[in-house]
Ligand binder design. Structure first.
Ligand code: URA
Length: 239
């Protein structure tokens, strides 16, 4: 997702269809408001969600949306699919076509899926360097042993992508159930990590991203908007 930031003169000239040179006098005449304040600097950076007015005309008034969905298994984490229902189809919101997915879940995986129209927010949550943990509960076909804990923490080499996974935390809850905490999201990562032990994953459910747990009152397939507090505080480290 590309950044949607622009310098004020470039932004106004682009929207109104005038020369960039003509924006400076508009500022001098106090005709441009950014987030309710008179703009004075053509270099001011306009973000995706800055409210911009020229005289009494609104040039931009986008509002950010942050949504959590309890994704059921059997639904595709994509905006369009010709064969299967998508997570967008499950949303009951007028702006659903403008949202993108923040970190996919596989077709058969379930649990917490975030959607937003805020590219900066989703980049922050999905960049491994930000160290934001995604927590999964996993059920396996065969018993899990302590060997796995070390292997997950050490990182695993995947020759196909020529990468070694970042340290992951494995917490064994019982013979067949474990919690896994990852800060990255490689293709089928958890299934492939358990695959190293020839232990197939039966169910995989995401229970938290950063500080944000899946709302237990959301039935599978249901969604709700995040509160401002949830959206602002999600990006804390769990590991
Ligand atoms: N790892 C997987 O293998 N699948 C998911 O859906 C998420 C993490």
């Amino acid at each position: 997702m590309q950044s949607k930031r622009a310098r004020l003169d470039r932004f106004v000239s682009g929207v109104v269809g005038i020369n960039r040179r003509d924006v400076r006098p508009m500022l001098a005449q106090k005709r441009v408001l950014v987030d309710g304040c008179v703009a004075t600097d053509i270099n001011q950076v306009i973000g995706e969600f800055s409210h911009v007015m020229l005289d009494h005309r609104v040039l931009q008034a986008n509002t950010p949306s942050y949504v959590m969905l309890n994704k059921p298994a059997g639904v595709v984490s994509a905006t369009k699919d010709v064969r299967h229902k998508t997570v967008i189809d499950l949303l009951d919101r007028s702006d659903r076509e403008n949202l993108h997915i923040v970190g996919r879940l596989d077709f058969n995986s379930s649990g917490l899926l975030l959607l937003t129209n805020d590219g900066q927010w989703s980049r922050h949550l999905t960049t491994p360097e930000k160290n934001i943990a995604k927590l999964y509960r996993v059920t396996l076909e065969k018993p899990i042993t302590e060997d796995y804990v070390h292997a997950f923490a050490e990182g695993m080499y995947f020759s196909y992508e020529n990468i070694t996974t970042l340290p992951a935390k494995l917490n064994i809850l019982s013979d067949f159930v474990a919690e896994v905490s990852l800060v990255e999201g490689r293709y089928h990562q958890i299934k492939r990590m358990f695959g190293r032990f020839q232990n197939p994953v039966l169910t995989l459910h995401r229970i938290a991203i950063g500080n944000l747990p899946l709302d237990p009152s959301l039935a599978p397939g249901k969604s709700r908007a995040l509160t401002e507090c949830e959206a602002n505080n999600i990006g804390q480290e769990l590991l």
